[in-house]
Write a protein that binds this ligand. Structure first.
Ligand SMILES: Cc1cc2nc3c(=O)[nH]c(=O)nc-3n(C[C@H](O)[C@H](O)[C@H](O)COP(=O)(O)OP(=O)(O)OC[C@H]3O[C@@H](n4cnc5c(N)ncnc54)[C@H](O)[C@@H]3O)c2cc1C
Length: 468
């Protein structure tokens, strides 16, 4: 018997998923105790279902015994959304990883939740099709996780986020019933939009077992430029100027001075000592349009004060430019700080320079190292606070700084999370973001979907019971 779960229950779980797909050995359980948030809690059991019927049977059994369930994809979430409680069962969806259909006539793909995002992109590209959402974690995160966090990525500035591509879902509800929300039609307005409600619900309303996504034709060509700036303000002004000059880049990624320092060895060009900010810009469209779009990008950057702008001559140049951006998160870990908290604020685009200035002030006021990078084209900044987690003073400074960062984002008309979700890590700031009335409505929705509170309890909503 593991904590709180009887042998009979464990045997029943194994009876549902089959031998080897129910784990209760502590050495196995610890592998499902954490995600990328740094939080951890070991579950009482892990199940790895293979199909919807198994998920439904697991949920019905858990409801009967009032055992909490914690849906999990690849566990790459940064907000603790998949962290289980010690008396709960982690329901790991990575085994349900089939691409069921790529419908080239309807421009949709139907997948199981455990499909890796990058694998889907590769599969659809063979048909000349494009699934744009591209979280930097795309080589290991799952579509199920993307749908539940409402994941974004670098291309959101032009193509939107996961939410914009989900047309229909199969969901196992908290009592084991299975519903199909939405339609795989180009239009559909019948009743409340439960599909959009499920997107970003972080596993708190049900377990998603099948997803249909909208696809678009692959753009004909892509152009990439890497631009170095003497300060953040000029980089932000350049982004503003793209839009003013009617250029909609598909990516406009920002790195601050410390981020550049972390990855400077990987950059394909010498970094001038005056360089304090960087933009990685990508445009796409018909082949004939790329050169002229890049010229406008370059002009906007130089007029905003750029030190220099390098345009990729071919796809290997472009890959070298992206290498630094894609390797930034692991490079930050190599700085050697024992504590790292990552925030994910999003402000209206034009407020980005002000947000960055405020972050500098917060860093100085609380004497805490802050490193920022992110999707400048969306006003979405990944703000990393680095500290010594064994120092009580530094932890307190970090907590005060986080609270001010959240207040700053909301105060500038933005939000506490652009794409990473709330999970456990940010739920106490939800009221600041949404206000009391909306929180009450959300609590009401949670009650309707999950009256027994077995579905990822303790997540998203402030004060939610069942913390891990
Ligand atoms: C290096 C790195 C870079 C990243 N870059 C980005 C980025 O650019 N953009 C971005 O948006 N995020 C990014 N992330 C965060 C993370 O990869 C995303 O949040 C991703 O969507 C999580 O997918 P996952 O499969 O790991 O889900 P998990 O972390 O396992 O789960 C995330 C949430 O979804 C729920 N869930 C998962 N599957 C299901 C299901 N089938 N049914 C119900 N609930 C479910 C879980 O309970 C949890 O609440 C990054 C993370 C890392 C480590």
């Amino acid at each position: 018997m593991t904590q709180g779960l009887s042998n009979t229950l464990l045997e029943k779980l194994e009876g549902i998923v089959g031998h080897g797909r129910m784990l209760a050995d502590p050495a196995d359980l610890v592998c499902y105790a954490f995600d990328a948030s740094g939080l951890e809690s070991v579950p009482a059991a892990v199940v790895l279902p293979s199909n919807t019927a198994e998920v439904a049977a697991i949920v019905a059994l858990a409801l009967k015994h009032t055992v909490p369930l914690f849906p999990r994809g690849a566990g790459s979430g940064t907000a603790g959304g998949s962290i289980p409680s010690s008396n709960g069962i982690a329901v790991v969806l990575t085994g349900m990883n089939r691409i069921l259909e790529i419908n080239t006539g309807n421009l949709t793909a139907t997948v199981e939740p455990g499909v890796i995002t990058g694998a889907l992109q590769k599969a659809v590209s063979k048909h000349g099709l494009f699934y744009p959402p591209d979280p930097a974690s795309l080589s290991f995160c799952t579509i199920g996780g993307n749908v539940n966090t409402g994941a974004g990525g670098a291309r959101a500035v032009k193509y939107g986020v996961t939410r914009d591509y989900v047309t229909s879902l199969e969901v196992v509800l908290a009592d084991g019933r299975v519903i199909n929300t939405g339609h795989d039609t180009a239009k559909g307005v019948a009743g409340y939009d439960l599909t959009r409600l499920m997107v970003g619900s972080e596993g708190t309303l049900g377990i998603i077992t099948r997803i249909t996504l909208r696809l678009i034709p692959q753009p004909e060509a892509v152009g990439t430029a890497l631009v170095l700036f003497p300060d953040t303000a000029s980089a932000c002004n350049a982004v503003k100027s793209f839009f003013e000059n009617r250029i909609l880049p598909r990516c406009a990624e920002f790195l601050d001075a410390m981020s550049i320092r972390c990855v400077r060895e990987m950059l394909p060009q010498e970094v001038h000592e005056k360089c304090r900010a960087m933009l990685l810009v990508e445009v796409d469209g018909p082949v004939a349009s790329i050169q002229s779009q890049l010229e406008v990008v370059k002009k906007c950057c130089m007029e905003s004060g750029a030190i220099n702008a390098m345009v990729a001559k071919n796809s290997s140049d472009a890959a070298a430019m992206w290498k630094a951006r894609r390797n930034l998160s692991p490079a930050i870990r190599r700085l050697g700080y024992s504590g790292k908290v990552s925030e994910d604020i999003c402000v209206p685009r034009q407020k980005l320079p002000e947000a960055v200035t405020r972050l500098d002030e917060i860093s100085k006021r609380h004497n805490i190292t802050i490193l920022s990078f992110g999707h400048a084209g969306d006003g979405n900044l990944h703000v990393n606070l680095l500290f010594d987690r064994d120092s009580t003073n530094e932890v307190k400074d970090m907590e005060r700084a986080v609270a001010e960062i959240m207040e700053t984002a909301v105060g500038l008309g933005g939000t506490i999370s652009g794409e990473h979700g709330i999970g456990l890590a940010k739920k106490e700031f939800m009221e600041l973001d949404a206000g009391t009335t909306q929180i009450e409505l959300m609590q009401g929705i949670k009650k309707v979907f999950d009256p027994a509170e077995i579905m990822n309890p303790g997540k998203v909503l402030p004060g939610a019971a069942g913390n891990a």
